[in-house]
Write a protein that binds this ligand. Structure first.
Ligand code: ADE
Length: 227
Protein backbone atom coordinates (compact mmCIF):
# COMPACT_ATOMS: atom_id res chain seq x y z
CA UNK A 1 0.00 0.00 0.00
CA UNK A 2 1.16 3.54 -0.76
CA UNK A 3 1.80 5.79 2.24
CA UNK A 4 1.74 9.58 2.03
CA UNK A 5 3.21 11.62 4.85
CA UNK A 6 2.50 15.33 4.77
CA UNK A 7 4.35 17.72 7.01
CA UNK A 8 1.68 20.42 7.04
CA UNK A 9 -1.83 20.49 8.46
CA UNK A 10 -2.95 22.55 5.46
CA UNK A 11 -1.66 19.92 3.03
CA UNK A 12 -3.15 16.97 4.89
CA UNK A 13 -6.53 18.72 5.10
CA UNK A 14 -6.57 19.26 1.31
CA UNK A 15 -5.84 15.56 0.69
CA UNK A 16 -8.14 14.28 3.47
CA UNK A 17 -11.05 16.16 1.93
CA UNK A 18 -10.68 13.95 -1.16
CA UNK A 19 -10.09 10.64 0.65
CA UNK A 20 -12.87 8.11 -0.11
CA UNK A 21 -13.98 5.29 2.23
CA UNK A 22 -11.97 6.90 4.99
CA UNK A 23 -11.08 4.96 8.10
CA UNK A 24 -9.04 6.54 10.94
CA UNK A 25 -6.50 4.45 12.83
CA UNK A 26 -5.57 6.04 16.15
CA UNK A 27 -2.14 4.68 17.14
CA UNK A 28 0.29 5.71 19.90
CA UNK A 29 1.48 9.20 18.94
CA UNK A 30 -0.10 9.35 15.48
CA UNK A 31 -3.37 8.96 13.59
CA UNK A 32 -3.27 7.28 10.18
CA UNK A 33 -6.09 7.73 7.64
CA UNK A 34 -6.74 4.80 5.35
CA UNK A 35 -8.83 5.20 2.21
CA UNK A 36 -8.85 5.63 -1.54
CA UNK A 37 -7.46 8.68 -3.33
CA UNK A 38 -8.11 8.85 -7.08
CA UNK A 39 -8.76 5.09 -7.04
CA UNK A 40 -5.49 4.25 -5.27
CA UNK A 41 -5.53 2.69 -1.79
CA UNK A 42 -3.44 4.89 0.51
CA UNK A 43 -2.41 5.50 4.09
CA UNK A 44 -2.27 9.23 4.71
CA UNK A 45 -0.96 11.01 7.79
CA UNK A 46 0.49 14.18 9.20
CA UNK A 47 4.00 13.33 10.31
CA UNK A 48 4.71 16.04 12.88
CA UNK A 49 7.88 18.10 13.03
CA UNK A 50 11.41 16.77 13.43
CA UNK A 51 13.28 13.52 12.91
CA UNK A 52 11.84 11.69 15.91
CA UNK A 53 8.24 12.29 14.82
CA UNK A 54 9.15 11.34 11.26
CA UNK A 55 10.79 8.07 12.33
CA UNK A 56 7.88 7.14 14.61
CA UNK A 57 5.27 7.91 11.94
CA UNK A 58 7.15 5.99 9.27
CA UNK A 59 7.52 2.97 11.53
CA UNK A 60 3.76 2.93 12.20
CA UNK A 61 3.08 3.18 8.45
CA UNK A 62 5.36 0.25 7.67
CA UNK A 63 3.79 -1.88 10.41
CA UNK A 64 0.36 -1.09 8.92
CA UNK A 65 1.48 -2.41 5.54
CA UNK A 66 3.01 0.53 3.64
CA UNK A 67 5.12 -0.74 0.74
CA UNK A 68 6.05 2.67 -0.72
CA UNK A 69 6.39 6.00 1.06
CA UNK A 70 6.02 9.54 -0.29
CA UNK A 71 6.86 12.47 1.98
CA UNK A 72 5.83 15.99 1.00
CA UNK A 73 6.40 19.28 2.75
CA UNK A 74 8.33 22.52 2.65
CA UNK A 75 12.05 23.25 2.91
CA UNK A 76 14.54 26.04 3.05
CA UNK A 77 16.35 26.40 -0.26
CA UNK A 78 20.13 25.94 -0.03
CA UNK A 79 21.09 25.62 -3.72
CA UNK A 80 21.71 29.20 -4.91
CA UNK A 81 19.36 28.82 -7.89
CA UNK A 82 16.32 27.85 -5.82
CA UNK A 83 13.52 30.39 -5.32
CA UNK A 84 10.42 30.33 -3.14
CA UNK A 85 7.82 28.02 -4.73
CA UNK A 86 10.37 25.81 -6.51
CA UNK A 87 10.23 22.06 -5.93
CA UNK A 88 13.06 19.72 -4.88
CA UNK A 89 12.75 15.97 -5.53
CA UNK A 90 15.22 14.02 -3.39
CA UNK A 91 18.10 12.14 -4.97
CA UNK A 92 19.39 11.19 -1.53
CA UNK A 93 19.15 12.39 2.05
CA UNK A 94 21.61 13.16 4.84
CA UNK A 95 21.31 13.97 8.54
CA UNK A 96 23.28 17.21 8.73
CA UNK A 97 23.03 17.54 12.52
CA UNK A 98 24.74 14.22 13.31
CA UNK A 99 28.30 14.69 14.58
CA UNK A 100 30.28 11.67 15.77
CA UNK A 101 33.51 13.12 14.35
CA UNK A 102 35.24 12.75 17.73
CA UNK A 103 35.17 9.00 17.07
CA UNK A 104 36.47 9.42 13.52
CA UNK A 105 33.17 9.39 11.60
CA UNK A 106 32.42 11.87 8.81
CA UNK A 107 30.02 14.68 9.71
CA UNK A 108 26.45 13.48 9.17
CA UNK A 109 27.27 9.79 9.52
CA UNK A 110 25.41 7.75 12.11
CA UNK A 111 27.76 4.91 13.16
CA UNK A 112 26.65 1.69 11.52
CA UNK A 113 24.57 3.52 8.89
CA UNK A 114 25.38 4.73 5.37
CA UNK A 115 26.44 8.40 5.01
CA UNK A 116 23.30 9.08 2.89
CA UNK A 117 20.10 7.26 1.94
CA UNK A 118 19.14 7.08 -1.75
CA UNK A 119 15.56 7.70 -2.85
CA UNK A 120 13.82 5.19 -5.12
CA UNK A 121 14.54 5.85 -8.85
CA UNK A 122 10.98 5.08 -10.02
CA UNK A 123 9.29 7.23 -7.35
CA UNK A 124 11.77 10.01 -8.13
CA UNK A 125 10.93 9.89 -11.82
CA UNK A 126 7.18 9.94 -11.18
CA UNK A 127 7.60 12.80 -8.68
CA UNK A 128 9.58 14.86 -11.18
CA UNK A 129 6.94 14.29 -13.89
CA UNK A 130 4.14 15.31 -11.51
CA UNK A 131 6.06 18.34 -10.19
CA UNK A 132 6.65 19.58 -13.75
CA UNK A 133 2.87 20.06 -14.10
CA UNK A 134 2.97 22.82 -11.46
CA UNK A 135 3.14 26.08 -13.39
CA UNK A 136 5.83 28.68 -12.89
CA UNK A 137 8.21 26.69 -10.72
CA UNK A 138 11.61 25.12 -11.23
CA UNK A 139 11.87 21.41 -10.43
CA UNK A 140 15.30 20.39 -9.16
CA UNK A 141 16.58 16.94 -8.26
CA UNK A 142 19.03 17.12 -5.39
CA UNK A 143 20.21 16.13 -1.97
CA UNK A 144 17.91 16.86 0.97
CA UNK A 145 19.62 17.68 4.29
CA UNK A 146 17.58 16.98 7.43
CA UNK A 147 18.21 18.05 11.01
CA UNK A 148 16.34 19.14 14.10
CA UNK A 149 17.05 22.78 13.33
CA UNK A 150 15.26 25.56 11.43
CA UNK A 151 18.07 27.07 9.33
CA UNK A 152 17.85 30.86 9.19
CA UNK A 153 21.33 32.29 8.56
CA UNK A 154 23.79 32.67 5.65
CA UNK A 155 26.33 30.67 7.69
CA UNK A 156 23.84 27.83 8.10
CA UNK A 157 23.18 27.79 4.36
CA UNK A 158 26.91 27.88 3.54
CA UNK A 159 27.60 24.94 5.87
CA UNK A 160 24.94 22.75 4.26
CA UNK A 161 26.05 23.70 0.76
CA UNK A 162 29.80 23.26 1.36
CA UNK A 163 29.81 20.25 3.71
CA UNK A 164 26.95 18.26 2.19
CA UNK A 165 26.18 19.69 -1.27
CA UNK A 166 22.56 19.98 -0.11
CA UNK A 167 19.86 21.41 -2.37
CA UNK A 168 17.53 22.16 0.57
CA UNK A 169 17.17 21.93 4.34
CA UNK A 170 14.27 20.46 6.27
CA UNK A 171 13.63 18.52 9.47
CA UNK A 172 12.27 15.06 8.66
CA UNK A 173 13.20 13.51 5.31
CA UNK A 174 16.37 11.63 6.25
CA UNK A 175 14.61 10.01 9.23
CA UNK A 176 11.88 8.71 6.91
CA UNK A 177 14.65 7.56 4.57
CA UNK A 178 16.60 5.75 7.29
CA UNK A 179 13.54 3.83 8.52
CA UNK A 180 12.41 2.93 4.98
CA UNK A 181 15.92 1.84 3.97
CA UNK A 182 16.14 -0.50 6.95
CA UNK A 183 12.89 -2.14 5.87
CA UNK A 184 13.79 -2.19 2.17
CA UNK A 185 10.78 0.02 1.37
CA UNK A 186 11.13 2.51 -1.53
CA UNK A 187 10.60 6.19 -0.68
CA UNK A 188 10.89 9.68 -2.09
CA UNK A 189 10.86 13.11 -0.45
CA UNK A 190 9.34 16.07 -2.28
CA UNK A 191 9.90 19.55 -0.89
CA UNK A 192 8.53 22.93 -1.96
CA UNK A 193 10.81 25.83 -1.13
CA UNK A 194 9.11 28.09 1.44
CA UNK A 195 12.20 30.23 2.19
CA UNK A 196 15.88 30.38 1.38
CA UNK A 197 17.04 29.47 4.92
CA UNK A 198 18.59 32.91 5.48
CA UNK A 199 17.64 35.68 7.91
CA UNK A 200 14.30 36.29 6.16
CA UNK A 201 13.33 32.60 6.47
CA UNK A 202 10.91 32.85 9.45
CA UNK A 203 8.79 35.54 7.70
CA UNK A 204 8.86 33.87 4.26
CA UNK A 205 8.03 30.48 5.75
CA UNK A 206 4.76 31.71 7.28
CA UNK A 207 3.77 33.76 4.24
CA UNK A 208 4.29 31.07 1.59
CA UNK A 209 2.91 28.01 3.40
CA UNK A 210 -0.66 28.07 1.97
CA UNK A 211 0.49 28.38 -1.66
CA UNK A 212 3.08 25.69 -1.18
CA UNK A 213 0.52 23.33 0.39
CA UNK A 214 -1.55 23.57 -2.81
CA UNK A 215 1.52 22.72 -4.89
CA UNK A 216 2.15 19.67 -2.71
CA UNK A 217 -1.41 18.44 -3.23
CA UNK A 218 -1.04 18.83 -6.99
CA UNK A 219 2.21 16.85 -7.00
CA UNK A 220 0.76 14.00 -4.90
CA UNK A 221 -2.31 13.69 -7.13
CA UNK A 222 -0.12 13.84 -10.21
CA UNK A 223 1.93 10.98 -8.82
CA UNK A 224 -1.17 8.89 -8.07
CA UNK A 225 -2.23 9.21 -11.69
CA UNK A 226 1.18 7.92 -12.84
CA UNK A 227 1.88 5.10 -10.38
N1 ADE B 1 11.47 23.93 6.53
C1 ADE B 1 11.14 25.03 5.82
N2 ADE B 1 12.11 25.95 5.88
C2 ADE B 1 13.11 25.43 6.64
C3 ADE B 1 14.36 25.89 7.08
N3 ADE B 1 14.77 27.11 6.74
N4 ADE B 1 15.10 25.08 7.88
C4 ADE B 1 14.64 23.86 8.23
N5 ADE B 1 13.45 23.38 7.86
C5 ADE B 1 12.68 24.14 7.07
Amino acid sequence: MLAIIGAMDEEIELLLADLQAREDLKLPGVTLHRGTLDGVEVLLTRGGIGKVNAAMTTTHLLVQGATRVIFTGVAGGVHPELRVGDIVVSTDLVQHDVDVSALGYDLGTVPGEPPAWAADPELRQVAVQAARTVEGVTVMEGRVASGDQFIASPQGVARLWQSFGAACAEMEGAAVAQVCAKAGVPFVVIRSVSDTADTGAPVDYREFMPRVARHAKQVVRGMLARL
